[in-house]
Design a binder for this molecule. Structure first.
Ligand code: FAD
Length: 289
């Protein structure tokens, strides 16, 4: 099923995973996805991480779809390869029966600050989206969006214009970078609509389970942590169970407000863990008629 056809009814809940390093890690992840499947996610997605071959993402996405039985989307980055190799990879994705792809630029490799386009490859996600469309691959395409601005963009306005290009090229769903400040999301959606971006913009939420870890990730992604949340986290800095409780409580209220304000769903960055995401989604499901 194409995920772009899922929007317009109730909230679309999705979970993001990354391909584990080892076979044992993959077995554990499959168990995690079986557990999360009980919460009836609309789809799951699998990242394309740095040096790992694209085949890892394709195989895991296909496994989740065909073996575990949840609709699935494969991420793929411009950083992966040049045009011919990308065409081969998208052929693999299509032949594996995967109908949904999230084309991304990818981050610069560790230790480098600038993204380097592979020779004969793509510089921006919108170019990859256009390439997939030109070559006639039949995927539903998603795109990444940044309510707090992409860290490299000169301004929020310019970033939004680039986002519009991605949508005009063929992305029919947007999923945001993680954020903790809902006013930023709502303001971003308003500005996107004014610019003529009409596709669903799904908020990305990363449940907090560990204070140091979330501060590191937030610093990397540029996500600000609201003062009240930071105060609660500071109080539970050395107590993981308490931090997890703070994280779950905050995420439930954050998601409730987002959904009540018109967000079309929630995309959970799970970090391959189920307990926090399960607890949050269970609460949200209780709110639904
Ligand atoms: P782009 O849309 O290309 O934007 C990148 C920057 O270039 C922005 O500053 C933008 O304003 C600018 N830009 C865009 N188009 C133009 C243009 N035509 N001219 C000039 N400037 C332009 N990374 C991974 O490596 N693997 C993953 O699986 C992965 N999954 C992700 C999932 C989600 C939902 C999100 C939000 C991010 C994910 N990322 C992933 C991170 C992503 O690769 C980085 O944030 C990356 O820095 C930008 O990717 P993008 O697709 O948004 O790039």
């Amino acid at each position: 099923m194409r995920i772009c056809d899922l929007f317009g009814g109730g909230p679309v809940f999705s979970f993001e995973f990354f391909p584990p390093r080892t076979d044992d890690g993959e077995r554990k992840l499959i168990d995690t996805v079986y557990r999360l499947k009980e919460l009836a996610p609309s789809f799951v997605s699998v990242t394309k991480t740095g040096a790992k071959p694209a085949e890892k993402t394709v195989e895991l996405t296909a496994r989740l779809k065909h073996e575990v039985g949840v609709e699935a989307m494969a991420h793929m980055t411009c950083a992966t390869a040049g045009r011919d190799e990308m065409a081969r990879i998208f052929g693999l994705i299509r032949d594996a029966g995967i109908e949904n792809v999230l084309p991304l630029r990818g981050d610069p490799p560790q230790g480098q600050t600038a993204f380097v386009r592979p020779s004969d490859g793509f510089r921006h996600a919108s170019e990859l989206v256009a390439f997939i469309r030109e070559r006639g691959f039949p995927f539903c395409l998603a795109g990444a969006a940044y309510p707090e601005k992409h860290p490299e963009a000169a301004s929020a306005e310019i970033d939004l214009q680039h986002l519009k290009r991605k949508v005009d090229a063929g992305a029919t769903v947007l999923i945001t970078q993680m954020f903790y400040s809902n006013p930023d999301y709502f303001a971003f959606v308003r500005r996107a609509r004014q610019l003529g971006i009409a596709v669903p913009i799904v908020p990305g939420i990363m449940p907090i389970t560990n204070v140091a870890q979330i501060e590191r990730i937030a610093a990397l992604s540029g996500a600000k942590i609201p003062r009240a949340l930071q105060t609660d986290l500071d109080r539970s800095r050395d107590d993981e169970a308490a931090a997890r409780e703070v994280g779950i409580r905050y995420a439930v209220e954050q998601c409730r407000e987002l959904l009540a304000g018109g967000a079309p769903g929630i995309h959970f960055y799970t970090l391959n863990q189920s307990p926090a995401t399960s607890a949050i989604l269970r609460e949200l499901r209780r709110d639904q008629p």
